[in-house]
Ligand binder design. Structure first.
Ligand code: KIV
Ligand code: ZN
Length: 515
């Protein structure tokens, strides 16, 4: 157990007595090299516009990463433009761009006005024989020439022998030492296809550390689900820098995830980074939204369930002391604890949730509410805060009108018009009309409601999830939203055959709870 103080945040970890391991001496400070915009963009199906890349870079800077790998300029004019734009943003983080040791590619990097280059060339026999069709001496010569050329142009050079972990170790050392002689400032050792384990990573980095004199960096891929563990093992062996991607994006199964590595370094090893951890959740959300790659609820640190409790025994413990079932406090990563009702939720928890909502059921009412929650749970239904409130209100016969009701919703969409929505709401019985446009009919409807409601309450939409309950074009849509008003947040759901109506239902339900 221990306290942490991180960039002004106070909190607690509730960990094991075995933390740190005997004899493990990681560096006191580890540099975070973020490659969300380069390796992360190589995630199948992910591509950002220049604007989106700039937006992510600003967020990464707010988060406090040390290096942003902004892209691979040779890929396309848009990629080069994005790197140049990011380099011109005046961010605190150093901006880096990728190139192979080829003059033309290094010139492209120089044209982007960055002062940090990441040069890579494959060194494993399998890559040399089948991909590069080059001899080892040729690869070594090209690597050295590339590094020399970049140094002559005043760049800080990080060099990666691609597929390092499948490279014959003597040749790997030879290449690394040769590029260091040529001026490389840092060596990054990629486990390109994620074949190491934590133990072999540790041994590999110890071995390389004894031979290479410049700082070492780890770049782990997640093909066997070991990227985070391997990255930590590299740090245990003395790596001074780690390559990570927000949400573990990256080629195939992805790279080591920023949020997991940073929090594990801090909590498990007491290793400092420059990350302002309270922005981790916000950063993850932005990248999910812009990449279109959404994390499963069970994702560590930033998944929807990371600080959510449902089971009776767990909630009982949490209500007594959060450390019973949480290894760290959610505020550390910009989250708050959520208790949801379901068939595992005990009466204690339901009572606590209702009290939070301002309802005080007697014991008979509480039993009835709890039975209803379990009945819905047995039917496979999740009970959101708004649902629980509605159930309780029904059972307790609490009289109370919904303050906001939908009177009419009109949506126009199509290939020749901007999706537009006009909404008529009855707010405390008074008719209010608003309209909005959006990327699609749902976005337009949400914007129209927001416009009306902004006039009297500051409610923001923090999360929006939709799933089709059944397959087919006539599927029933279930929408879950997380709304916030000041310190309070609620989740609510809407279920409807019409996706726009399901969204509107969910939002209005949540708003009524908040109001
Ligand atoms: O995984 C890898 O080898 C890479 C290199 C470009 C460093 O991403
Ligand atoms: Zn990679």
């Amino acid at each position: 157990m221990g306290n942490f103080r991180c960039m002004g945040l106070e909190g607690r970890f509730y960990l094991s007595n075995y933390i740190g391991g005997q004899g493990v001496r990681p560096p006191e400070r580890v540099y975070i090299f973020d490659t969300t915009l380069r390796d992360g963009e190589q995630t199948p199906g992910v591509a950002y516009t220049v604007e989106e890349k700039v937006m992510i870079a600003r967020q990464l800077d707010k988060l406090g990463v040390d290096v942003i790998e902004a892209g691979f300029p040779i890929t396309s004019p848009g990629e080069a433009e994005a790197v140049k734009r990011i380099a011109g943003e005046g961010l605190e983080a150093r901006i880096c761009a990728l190139a192979r040791p080829i003059k033309g590619e290094i010139d492209r990097v120089l044209a982007c006005d960055v002062d940090y280059i990441h040069i890579f060339i494959a060194t494993s026999d399998i890559h040399l024989e089948h991909k590069l069709k080059m001899k080892r001496e040729e690869v070594l010569g090209q690597a050295v020439e590339g590094v020399e050329y970049a140094k002559e142009h005043g760049l800080y050079v990080e060099f990666s022998p691609e597929d390092a972990t499948r490279t014959e170790i003597q040749f790997l050392k030879e290449v690394c030492n040769a590029v260091c002689e040529a001026g490389a400032d840092k060596i990054n050792l990629p486990d390109t296809v994620g074949v190491l384990t934590p133990r072999t990573t540790y041994e590999f980095f110890r071995e390389m550390k004894s031979s290479v004199k410049v700082p070492l960096s780890a770049h782990a891929h997640n093909d066997f689900g070991l990227a985070t563990a391997n990255t930590l093992a590299a740090v245990e062996a003395g790596a001074e820098q780690v390559h990570v991607c927000v949400n573990g994006l990256g080629e195939r199964a992805g790279n080591a995830s920023l949020e997991q590595v940073v929090i594990a370094l801090l909590a498990q090893y007491n290793v400092k980074t420059r990350i302002r951890t309270q922005w981790i959740s916000e950063t993850s959300d932005l990248v999910q939204r812009l990449s279109g790659v959404y994390l499963p609820p069970t994702a560590p640190i930033v998944g929807d369930n990371a600080f959510t409790h449902e089971s009776g025994i767990h909630v009982h413990g949490i209500l007594r002391h959060p450390g019973t079932y949480e290894p760290l406090t959610p505020e550390l990563v910009g989250r708050s604890r959520r208790i949801v009702a379901g068939k595992h939720t005990g009466r204690h928890a339901i009572e606590a949730m209702l009290r939070e909502m301002g309802l005080n059921p007697n014991s008979d009412q509480l039993r009835a509410i709890s039975e209803e929650v379990k009945r819905l749970g047995d039917m496979g239904k999740k009970v959101s805060d708004a649902d629980l409130y509605a159930i309780a209100r029904n059972i307790m016969e609490v009289k109370g009108e919904e303050r906001v009701k939908l009177k009419q919703l009109l949506v126009v969409t199509g290939n020749t018009v901007t999706p537009t929505a006009t909404v008529t709401l009855l707010v405390d019985g008074k008719e209010l009309i608003g309209s909005g446009i959006g990327n699609g009919p749902i976005d337009a409807a949400v914007n129209a409601i927001r416009k009306v409601v902004n006039g009297f309450a500051d409610i923001s939409l923090e999360r929006f999830f939709m799933k089709a309950i059944t397959g087919g074009t006539d599927a029933i849509a279930e929408v879950m939203v997380l709304l916030r008003r000041g310190e309070r947040s609620v989740t609510s759901t809407g279920v409807n055959g019409d996706t726009v109506m399901a969204s509107v239902e969910a939002i209005l339900k949540g708003m009524n709870r908040l109001l």
